[in-house]
Every structure is written in C-alpha cells, then in structure tokens.
Design a protein around this ligand. Structure first.
Ligand SMILES: Nc1nc2c(ncn2[C@@H]2O[C@H](COP(=O)(O)OP(=O)(O)OP(=O)(O)O)[C@@H](O)[C@H]2O)c(=O)[nH]1
Ligand SMILES: [Zn+2]
Length: 185
C-alpha cells in the first residue's frame, strides 16, 4: 500500500535536494501529484493476480493461445525510471482458458510496481502456471529502459528482450519454435 503522506514528504525533500523551492507556484502541488502518481504506478503491489485468473472457460482443444503486443509501463527498481514495451504471452490450456482481457490485467498487476524486466517476465509466467493451471506458458518481453537512454550509458533505441518458459514450453523446444513462428519472428 502506497503511503501517500510519506511520498509527499519525500518529494518535498527531493525538490529541496535538487535546489528547487517546493513552495514556488509551479511546484506547490507537485508532492501531492507525485504521491497520487505513485499510488497509480505502484498500485499493482496491492493487487492479487489470482483474482483475474479465477474465472475461466472450459475448452475442448488444448491448442496454443497467444496474446501479443500487450503494452506495459513499469518502473525500474534501480533508478525509478520507466521501462516500457510489449509483452507476448503464449500458453497451452489444460481444459480451461482465461478471458483475453485477464492476460493483460495480469501484466498490469506485475508491471505496476518497482521491477526488473526478468522478474516481471518470470512472475507472469509463474502465475499462469499456478493460477490458470495451464500445461505450459511462455512470456516474451521487449522493452526500452529509460535508465539506459536518457541517463547513464545513454543508448537510445536499445531494447532488452527477456523470455520465460514454463512447463511444456520448457520441456519441448518445438512448442517454443511454434510460438515464435506464430509471432512472425
Ligand atoms: N538485469 C536488469 N538490469 C536492469 C534493469 N533495469 C535496469 N537495470 C540495470 O541495473 C544496473 C544498475 O547498475 P549500477 O551500477 O548499480 O547503477 P548505475 O551506476 O546507475 O549504472 P549505470 O546505469 O551503468 O550508470 C544498470 O546496469 C541498469 O542498466 C532490469 O530490468 N534488469
Ligand atoms: Zn534502471
């Protein structure tokens, strides 16, 4: 749970720290705005991803389901700067499928917190295995990290690709190949 009062105090101090006057007109409401912003950007910490995957639909076939180009925005835990990009999820159902929107909602739960791209990828794959109860899951994330573009090493255009494979996808490389073929990669 984001303690908005603490964030307000911290932002006021931060403004002083960078040599600003937190009482000047343009900044007077900034601590409050930023506190509300963090409640939104870190709001995933209060959510249980299992709730989105609790409701499922029975299916006869166990064909691969892919949802691609799920846009996300997260914050890197090292610099508190955004990293953002797209997620592709593939899974092999075990008799039940999730509502399509619930995959994107699951991404949101884990993206809306301080993250590492690798952990974001792994958490999505794990929850699909545990809470959807599928036979296999694969999660591919391609993202740009602002801590690598606007500061530090300053390499705009660099993208980081991570992939987590679970269950059938970890055991059978042909499934992974099919996933990438279906994505057109
Ligand atoms: N593996 C991984 N690294 C990340 C992620 N986001 C940011 N980083 C990296 O975290 C590292 C932190 O390195 P440090 O040396 O502790 O911090 P720094 O001095 O600010 O590093 P520079 O970014 O190289 O200036 C950097 O290499 C970032 O690129 C992520 O999602 N996954
Ligand atoms: Zn970073």
């Amino acid at each position: 749970m984001v303690d908005q009062e603490k964030v307000r105090q911290a932002i006021s101090l931060l403004l002083e720290g960078i040599g600003e006057d937190p009482m000047r007109e343009g900044l007077i409401e900034t601590p409050d705005r930023v506190a509300r912003m963090y409640a939104e950007l870190a709001g995933g910490m209060d959510q249980d991803p299992a709730t989105h995957l609790a409701k499922t639909f029975a299916v006869e076939a166990d064909d691969m389901v892919i949802e691609r180009d799920i846009t996300f925005y997260s914050l890197c835990e090292h610099h508190l700067l955004p990293f953002y990009g797209k997620v592709a999820i593939g899974y092999i159902p075990d008799g039940r499928v999730a509502g399509l929107s619930k995959l994107a909602r699951t991404v949101e739960v884990f993206a809306r917190r301080l993250q590492l791209q690798e952990r974001l990828c792994a958490q999505i794959a794990d929850v699909l295995m545990e809470d959807l109860g599928c036979r296999g899951a694969i999660v591919l994330i391609e993202a740009e990290h602002m801590c690598m573009t606007m500061r530090g090493v300053q390499k705009p255009g660099t993208s980081t690709v991570t992939c987590a494979r679970r269950g059938a996808f970890a055991e059978d490389p042909s499934l992974e190949e099919r996933f990438f073929r279906m994505l057109g990669r």
